[in-house]
Design a binder for this molecule. Structure first.
Ligand code: ZN
Ligand code: ZN
Length: 390
């Protein structure tokens, strides 16, 4: 096993940066202070900086030698709207905002790798260090792509990394193929006819019809999706009515659908519309459906996954790299970057127990600084392996 000694020697500097970012969390498209820290650091290391993609995005380019080849390494910078419950010194100073997903750590690890690579320059090629805003909820990665990320910085492959609580520090995990699910959000409004609660025959009840729709949705996965495939349909909101003795005019049903294949995603959406249409027609209601495909399936390409595994094994040793990590039904906007390019998204262990095992999005979560040396060594090894000069 071979973490980079140079990185181990200066990793604490990036632990300090990580805790500073942790104490000053910024959410979607408002990562101004964080982006300044990133840009200043990269400029100090001699990288060429581009700012402003997706508002607060930063891309630093390190070019060594004469090769035209380029790869992208991506970290996310945003925090969440969560009130932090931790009591340590670097606790969030901003009420209601917190780095509860470890993006402070992702930013620090990539900066740490940039320092190593800019000082050692032991490769021939171009590395684009991509720091993106707004990974949570609003797909800042998609906005960066739409703003021209890969036209400005064409890459032959793109790589991402996320911490994984519960996995010991010093371990990595990845998988070829679908790794994280698509995330679609739906809003269905059904309209009947309001009436007195005592005279239901004079109205058209959207609550009973809505309940029927919710129940029928349970059959989408259970009865229409091939059991070998994976999908989730979750109704998470049902709003109707204000008074105890009034049958309301309308009901609103909201929720999310997940899948690990594009075809399954298509099938779920189509079935949903058929059910709403059919049930509403049976009872004489009108309806509207907003179906928002927010995050696509995140698919790791096989060749790049092998390269990622090889780099992780070089850092952590074969016993500490799980190359067939099970996929999850969570989602990631890195999927948008992988739609345009081959690449791989991997997991780095955040530790077990109290120090690193607390789940992400929990008010007591914290990124584990001991992981920095491993994550940064992985990035550095990946670049040297890909563009190595021997
Ligand atoms: Zn998150
Ligand atoms: Zn995250």
């Amino acid at each position: 096993m071979a973490i980079k000694e140079e990185i181990a020697a200066f990793a604490s500097e990036f632990g300090d940066i990580r805790r500073d970012i942790h104490a000053h969390p910024e959410t979607a498209f408002e990562e101004f202070r964080t982006a300044d820290i990133v840009a200043d650091k990269l400029t100090g290391l001699g990288l060429k900086i581009h700012r402003g993609l997706a508002k607060t995005g930063v891309v630093g380019t390190l070019s060594v030698g004469n090769s035209n080849r380029a790869i992208g390494l991506r970290a996310d910078m945003d925090a969440l709207d969560i009130h932090e419950e931790n009591t340590f010194d670097h606790v969030s100073t901003i009420d209601g905002k917190m780095h509860a997903c470890g993006h402070d750590g992702h930013t620090a690890m990539l900066l740490c790798a940039a320092r190593y690579l800019s000082e050692t320059r032991n490769f021939n090629g171009n590395v684009h260090f991509i720091f993106q805003p707004a990974e949570e909820n609003v797909a800042g990665g998609r906005v960066m792509v739409e703003d021209g990320l890969f036209e400005l910085f064409p890459v032959e492959a793109i790589y991402g990394m996320h911490n994984l609580p519960g996995m010991p520090v010093g371990q990595f995990g990845m998988q070829a193929g679908p790794a994280m699910a698509s995330a679609d959000m739906f809003t269905i409004e059904i309209s009947g006819k309001g009436s007195h609660g005592a005279h239901p025959h004079q109205g058209i009840d959207p609550i009973v019809t809505g309940a029927e729709i919710v129940m029928a949705f349970q059959r989408i996965v259970a009865r229409t999706i091939n059991p070998i495939d994976t999908a989730v349909v979750s109704v998470t909101q049902f709003h109707a009515g204000r008074a105890m003795n009034v049958i309301p005019e309308t009901a609103v049903i909201k929720g999310t659908c997940r899948a690990l294949k594009r075809e399954v995603q298509d099938q779920v959406e189509a079935r949903m519309e058929q059910i709403v249409q059919g049930v509403c027609a049976a009872h004489g209601l009108s309806y509207s459906i907003e179906y928002d495909r927010r995050y696509p399936v995140l698919v790791n390409t096989s060749e790049e996954t092998s390269k990622a595994a090889q780099a992780a094994i070089a850092v952590a040793g074969e016993d500490n790299v799980n190359t067939s990590l099970p996929p999850t039904m969570g989602s990631e906007d890195f999927a948008w970057m992988l739609q345009d390019n081959p690449g791989c998204y991997i997991r780095v262990g955040n530790g077990e127990g109290e120090d690193g095992g607390c789940v992400v999005h929990n008010p007591n979560y914290d990124f584990n600084d001991d992981a920095i040396v491993f994550g940064a060594s992985y990035w550095a090894t990946l670049v040297e392996q890909e563009f190595g000069t021997g």
